[in-house]
Design a protein around this ligand. Structure first.
Ligand code: NDP
Ligand code: OXD
Length: 309
């Protein structure tokens, strides 16, 4: 019985010693060394080549090495009878909340304007609100969205969350579905996207949505690049409908060097680092999940094919 591991070269180097330590009874095969495909029962993967998992006849469990599974579900040959587990790791959740709090504060405290003034050697203040006067809306009020929401709330921001299914979360205004989106967007001076990328959420950050935000709203996208209609962003910024955008994810990663997002004065680009997978904690979570799976016990955080996340 073997486990297939496939991630980036840098991540593989970090994972290698941890996997050997945590699952000593299992043979770990590091992509592209597949060996006999029929021996592979578990696959731990990030952005595997399409078709690879479909060629493993005895695969029992696929573990995505990230919170989002769009990189897996877009493979038309992914074996549908094999359960897919996504990574839910409190270490990553904390990292995402740090990122969201940082970026929301930057937008709230008009950092882009002050950086521009510094470059112009201009010592001049702007009118400033308090956090309590700056409502934040979070698209995707799941594991990451709710944690970030709690941390923003502790700083005084009024926070509202949007999800697919209606839910009550103590201390937050919550909205769901298409009708709930309008209400959330209309009241959000800063909008944070922490959605999974699915057929229903692809392109959700578009000019129609920007037009429904309060004039001068800020945007943070740490979900997926596919959530944003890229051609709609710069016109919204240049018209002042948006005052700034933070993009941790883009459609083509790495962002091509000629892309206008790199040098737009009202865009902050980060290279998909909001919440990186942390091998030491992730390996323990995955090791425990495989032990449970082998013991016939339920495994948490399995992906629902119908929902797409
Ligand atoms: P969860 O599954 O815990 O939460 C997803 C949330 O999105 C849920 O509230 C869900 O609603 C909501 N949602 C899904 N589809 C819709 C829809 N059509 N309409 C409204 N709401 C919807 O995921 P996580 O919080 O763990 O992760 C979210 C995403 O963050 C990942 O899928 C990934 O894309 C991104 N991510 C980015 C990282 C980065 O470094 N930039 C790192 C990690 C994750 P409901 O509650 O009803 O199910
Ligand atoms: C993830 C990511 O989904 O890092 O975990 O984007």
């Amino acid at each position: 019985m073997a486990i297939l591991f496939r991630s980036t070269t840098a991540a593989t180097a970090r994972w290698r010693p941890l996997l050997a330590q945590l699952m000593p009874g299992h043979e770990i095969r590091f992509w592209p060394e597949l060996g006999d495909p029929s021996a592979i029962e578990y696959a731990l993967v990030w952005q595997p080549e399409p078709g690879v998992l479909g060629r493993l006849p005895n695969l029992k469990l696929i573990v995505g090495l990230g919170a989002g599974v769009d990189h897996l579900l877009r493979d038309p040959e992914l074996p549908r009878h094999v359960p897919v587990m996504r990574l839910v790791d409190p270490y990553m959740t904390d990292a995402m909340s740090e990122f969201v709090v940082l970026q929301v504060l930057r937008l709230h405290r008009q950092d882009l304007d002050y950086l521009a003034r510094q470059r112009a050697r201009e010592w001049r203040e702007l009118e400033q609100k308090n956090a309590a006067e700056r409502p934040v809306g979070i698209l995707g009020f799941g594991t990451l969205g709710q944690d970030a929401g709690r941390k923003l709330k502790s700083l005084g921001f009024p926070v509202a969350g949007w999800s697919r299914s209606a839910k009550a979360v103590a201390g937050f205004a919550t909205h769901a579905g298409a009708a709930g989106l309008d209400a959330l967007v209309a009241g959000s001076e800063i909008l944070v996207c922490l959605l999974p990328l699915t057929a229903a959420t692809e392109g959700i950050l578009n000019k129609a949505l920007f037009a429904r935000l309060p004039h001068g709203a800020g945007l943070v996208n740490a979900g997926r690049g596919g959530h944003l209609v890229e051609a709609d962003l710069i016109p919204a910024l240049d018209a002042g409908q948006l005052s700034g955008a933070v993009l941790d994810v883009v459609r083509e990663e790495p962002l091509p060097s000629e892309h206008p997002f790199w040098c737009h004065p009202r865009i902050i680009v980060t290279p998909h680092i909001a919440a990186e997978t942390h091998p030491p904690t992730a390996a323990m979570i995955i090791g425990e999940a495989i032990r449970r799976f082998e013991a016939g016990q339920p495994v948490a955080n399995l992906v629902d094919w119908a929902r797409g996340y």
